[in-house]
Design a protein. Structure first.
Length: 327
């Protein structure tokens, strides 16, 4: 023990007897900076994938071989590759803390590439298909489809937009907050998922008429009124949107069965990337963290961002000339 103390390899034998399931649950509860949705995700991973296999194992007994066997068991039970990677990253983070606290000598999660995800390739719609889908859904949802796509917005971001967030004269939308729906059904309103998520985005002028019509017909006049709401004026939830838009039927009708709402953002990102914008410009537009640690949403729209919107406008005009000439 004296030698271990000298070399820094000493671990606490009493704390090492703690069961992984108990330690991981405490690990989640002690991270007060986690977002509610992240807590929900971690708790689910712990309940579904960690506790049934490793929950009763003392921390001191968990080694790399056991972790490797656990991971293989999950895969063998039909758990998807992405879910297995998430569970592994969660376990690795928990045990890294145990190692940092000198409860165990080192983190046993040492399987190369086990935490990496290779998500399936998602579909990219053509501009014509975006407008086709927008024309199929009820008119009160048409502008939502167009803005989510051509401003590269996440569902929670577009659902939280208020009248004051859209400037039709400047052709911009400001993302200040987002809606987060928990598995319990609770709806939370908070800041975007990262500091870079607070941003102001230029959108193509071709969609301004649709936005103007929507604001006139479906949005209350107050500055803080939600732009997109349910048929009765309530907060628009993802499930309500899917039903109202007849999403499964209409996405199949345009030739994209199984399309996710997030694929609209993916489509917008792809179109933006094809405009020749730099990586930094794209990351700012998409609301991703970059070398610039923080974003100020009031920051003026960069010239490069306006070029992105203009390039989108040109692509829309090529496919649907009437759409770009309406304004």
């Amino acid at each position: 023990m004296e030698a271990q103390l000298t070399t820094g390899d000493w671990t606490d034998p009493q704390r090492a007897k703690v069961k992984l399931g108990d330690y991981a649950a405490k690990w989640i509860s002690e991270r007060t900076n986690l977002r509610p949705r992240t807590v929900e995700i971690y708790t689910g991973l712990l309940r579904r994938h960690v506790v049934p296999h490793l929950g009763n194992a003392p921390l001191s007994k968990i080694d790399t071989a056991m972790v490797r066997e656990w991971r293989a068991t999950l895969t063998g039970n039909g758990v998807g590759a992405s879910e297995v990677a998430k569970a592994y990253r969660f376990l690795r983070a928990v045990l890294m803390t145990a190692a940092d606290d000198r409860i165990i000598p080192r983190n046993p999660c040492r399987i190369r590439g086990a935490g990496e995800e290779e998500p399936e390739e998602r579909p990219v719609l053509t501009v014509a298909k975006v407008f086709e889908l927008a024309d199929l859904v009820p008119v009160r949802l048409r502008a939502l489809i167009l803005l989510a796509t051509f401003a590269s917005l996440r569902w929670g971001e577009v659902a939280a937009l208020r009248r004051m967030d859209v400037d039709l004269n400047a052709g911009t939308v400001s993302v200040r907050q987002q809606h987060v729906e928990l598995d319990t059904g609770e709806l939370l309103v908070g800041p975007p998922k990262s500091r870079a998520g607070v941003r102001t985005i230029a959108f193509p002028s071709a969609i301004i008429p649709a936005l103007q019509d929507h604001l006139d017909d479906f949005t209350d006049p107050e500055d803080d009124a939600l732009i997109f709401t349910g048929a009765r004026g309530g907060t628009l939830r993802r499930s309500n949107f899917r039903r109202a838009a007849d999403w499964a039927k209409n996405t199949t009708k345009i030739g994209f069965p199984g399309l996710h709402f997030h694929d609209l953002r993916h489509t917008g990102n792809t179109i933006a990337a094809s405009s020749g914008a730099t990586l930094r410009d794209l990351m700012e537009r998409m609301g991703h963290d970059s070398v610039r640690a923080a974003m100020i949403y009031q920051h003026p729209i960069a010239e490069a961002d306006r070029k992105i919107a203009n390039a989108m406008n040109g692509k829309i005009a090529e496919v649907l000339p009437s759409k770009a000439s309406d304004h």
